[in-house]
Design a protein around this ligand. Structure first.
Ligand SMILES: Cc1ncc(C[n+]2csc(CCOP(=O)(O)OP(=O)(O)O)c2C)c(N)n1
Ligand SMILES: [Mg+2]
Length: 738
């Protein structure tokens, strides 16, 4: 923010002499200007909202002093920032302008935070390292941890920061500092979220340079702090976390807050670990304009808070200390009022986003994973001679598990930005055991990451705590900085703790920030049933829940070669990818293949015709593919019905052209999937066929899927629940005879 000099009461020399916990008199004058600007921006937005010229308002009132303290102690475009909605003064202090904020309030095309896509006060300023924020309270915290991890990683692997052509790196600038700090803030109520505790744990354990700033205004909308926090004081609860520096301050006093922040930042920069700044603040303007705190707070309590209001407090301080006189205060306030008036008038005239832009930046505008750039030929090794040689040779057919492992290995050799973590993915966390050859190492419960820690080291491949939200949230923060996390959720059944990150964060980073930020990463997940005993919690599918999320690519290969080609595309592309690996297919004889070489890629959204046919079409994917193939062969054998079998292999995007071409040829279609029938992936395909291919149909669109239950343990029940080759055969026959 511009800080024109006012006429201080003291001479410049005297001002410089006076230091308040390291802040000069001039800095305090600047602080007052920014804090007053922040408050008056809130007031102006409230007015604009009442005039129905903007559509939402949430204030930073009462939080200005801690914000300015953080801004003065930290460095924009050097440190990293995950602020929450009350951090208006922080953002102004870092260099965001009132005009930019008003563009956000209006929802203007040039709103730097989101281009009119997010509510106001959801700060993002790319040039200042202020990362796009969202509305779910607390989802920023784990990302901040990942951001700090990325900074540390690049410092240890500076070559990884270099750009490279031919993949996402070309479009992902990296910058980092050896002593950078990541700031993240949240309210007292938000400390009740589980992700907060996961973040504290990870930051403490890895001694990460993260400052957790708790802005404790004693309320979360209407719920008071003693209901949120056992004992009513979050500092007391977190005091046992190791490696932390703790501060508890009056967050309405910029001078003591600055001193606390400075100590916190020094501790983090020195590499000792994270810091926790618990700031007691006030909330004078209700929760938001939709809330009236008089419904739950008596006048006496509100009056008590008013005596701590940071803006008049700093004004009094400046007067008392003789830093400014009344004339000086009035001059600042007049200038601020005039600036806000002018900026508001200008923002109200600003160009608005155009409706035709709504699809911009759902996915990367730079790198299209459906394009020919991702269509390469396999390079199989030449066959070796001799029986023994043949069995072990590179040319011998390998399982899906083998080829995924080989692909991960080759990609890690090629791209130093790849890091891998998850539950049990490392060979052995106590690496000396492997080095001393006391143990062989694990490398994943399905051994998919076997040997990778040993080859690439424990800073590239490591075990995470058992915390799925932390896996995805941290990976998202890392990917924002330019790393390529290829992380694992051990079983699809346990993906749900990460759902907030997967639905509200990861796929939205690009769209909600209007392309200012993105987090392309790969989330590998073991999925599916047919395990004989997998039961409810080791057999789930549910892919349609994720194909329903714009911004997330979803891949589901059925065989080893496709898994290798699609995984490589997933890693090299510029979008977040959910890579679903069917457990039953990991070591199946079906679909084995030799390793197709280190550059084999399959573009997304391209189906595979498993077998061509003329009488009816079967559309499927995953573990239903071999079952459908078996049924189709029986149809041919017993009924001379020629079935065209389509393996979609990529579910978002999916290959509509292949479906349409086939249905136009066969005029009969069956959609088969392993997930429970209703509301499943096939429902969307069926609806599209009914809508766009109606005139080509000679029979109703059929579906075969699991029953609308969960998968049971006893194999008799499991067989009855999951779609079998016999179910597929029956449906094909019915369709052929219709
Ligand atoms: C995960 C989630 N749950 C609920 C909400 C609705 N909500 C928005 S702000 C808020 C209260 C937050 O209180 P606190 O963390 O103390 O921050 P404050 O607003 O007091 O600064 C709630 C419940 C939300 N945005 N996100
Ligand atoms: Mg609060």
């Amino acid at each position: 923010m511009a800080t024109t000099k006012v006429d201080p009461k003291l001479s410049e020399k005297e001002l410089k002499k006076k230091a308040y916990q390291g802040l000069t008199g001039q800095q305090l004058i600047d602080a007052y200007r920014i804090m007053f600007t922040s408050r008056r921006l809130d007031d102006r937005e409230i007015l604009l909202k009442r005039q129905q010229k903007i559509f939402f308002q949430i204030s930073g009132a009462g939080h200005e002093a801690i914000g300015i303290a953080a801004a003065f102690a930290l460095k924009p475009a050097y440190d990293w920032f995950y602020p929450y909605y009350r951090d208006r003064a922080l953002c102004l202090g870092l260099g965001a302008t009132p005009y930019e904020m008003l563009l956000g309030a209006v929802g203007a095309a040039d709103d730097p935070s989101s281009g009119g896509r997010q509510m106001p006060s959801h700060w993002a300023f790319q040039r200042l390292n202020v990362v796009t924020q969202s509305s779910p309270t607390g989802s920023q915290i784990l990302q901040a941890v990942g951001c700090a991890e990325a900074g540390r990683y690049f410092f240890g692997h500076p070559n990884a920061a270099q750009k490279a052509n031919g993949d996402y790196r070309q479009f992902k600038d990296v910058h980092f500092q050896g002593d950078e700090v990541t700031y993240v803030s949240l309210g007292d109520g938000t400390t009740s979220e589980g992700e907060f505790w996961e973040a504290l744990n990870a930051a403490a354990n890895r001694r990460l340079p993260v400052i957790f700033c708790i802005e404790d205004n004693e309320y979360a909308i209407s719920v008071p702090v003693e209901v949120q926090t056992a004992g009513g004081n979050i500092s007391r609860l977190v005091s046992g976390f190791p490696n932390f520096h703790f501060e508890e301050v009056d967050g309405t006093d910029p001078v003591v807050s600055y001193a606390a922040f400075k100590r916190a930042a020094d501790y983090c920069r020195a590499g000792h670990g994270p810091a926790f700044v618990h700031a007691h603040v006030i909330r004078p303007y209700s929760h938001s304009l939709s809330d009236d705190e008089r419904l739950y707070r008596p006048e006496s309590e509100r009056q008590r808070d008013a005596t701590r209001d940071p803006v008049p407090r700093l004004q009094m301080f400046l007067l008392r200390e003789g830093i400014l006189d009344e004339k000086g205060i009035n001059k600042i306030e007049k200038e601020v009022e005039e600036q806000i008036q002018a900026d508001a008038d200008r923002a109200l005239e600003a160009a608005l986003p155009q409706p035709e832009t709504i699809y911009n930046f759902v996915y990367s505008p730079d790198l299209d994973p459906t394009s020919a750039a991702f269509d390469t030929h396999p390079a199989f090794a030449a066959p070796e001679s001799g029986a023994e040689g043949k069995r072990n040779a590179a040319s011998a057919p390998k399982t899906m598990a083998d080829l995924i492992n080989a692909t991960l290995r080759d990609e890690m050799r090629r791209d130093e930005r790849i890091v891998m973590f998850g539950e049990d993915v490392a060979d052995c966390s106590r690496e000396e055991y492997v080095k001393q050859k006391l143990v062989k190492g694990k490398g994943g419960v399905f051994k998919l990451t076997s040997g990778l820690q040993s080859e690439f080291g424990s800073d590239r491949v490591f075990n995470s705590p058992l915390a799925e939200a932390a896996i995805v949230g941290r990976a998202t923060g890392m990917a924002t900085r330019g790393l390529k996390p290829v992380v694992e959720i051990q079983f699809f059944d346990y993906i749900w703790p990460a759902m907030m990150q997967l639905r509200d964060e990861l796929p939205l980073m690009r769209w909600r920030s209007n392309n200012a930020f993105s987090s392309p990463l790969v989330l590998r997940v073991a999925i599916g049933g047919y395990l004989t005993g997998g039961a409810i919690y080791h057999s789930q599918c549910g892919e349609s829940i994720f194909t329903h999320i714009p911004g997330l690519r979803v891949v589901f290969p059925s065989n080893a070669l496709d898994a290798a080609g699609l995984l490589r595309t997933a890693i090299r592309c510029d979008d977040p990818v959910l890579f679903l690996e069917h457990k039953r297919l990991y070591r199946e004889t079906f679909g084995r293949a030799p390793y197709p070489g280190p550059d084999y890629m399959i573009p997304f959204g391209k189906a595979k015709i498993v077998q061509p046919g003329t009488n009816l079409t079967v559309i499927t994917y995953g573990a239903v593919v071999p079952r459908a193939l078996q049924a189709a062969q029986r149809m041919e054998r017993e009924h001379q019905v020629s079935v065209e079998l389509i393996d979609l292999r990529c579910l978002n995007p999916f290959d509509w052209d292949a479906i349409a071409a086939s249905v136009k040829k066969t005029n009969r279609v069956l959609i088969a999937y392993e997930d429970s029938l209703s509301w499943g992936y096939g429902a969307e395909i069926a609806a599209r066929i009914a809508d766009q291919l109606f005139h080509h149909l000679d029979a109703p669109v059929k579906r075969v899927a699991a029953t609308d239950t969960f998968v049971a343990y006893q194999p008799i029940l499991e067989d009855a629940i999951l779609p079998q080759a016999s179910d597929l055969f029956r449906a094909m026959k019915e369709l052929a005879e219709f």
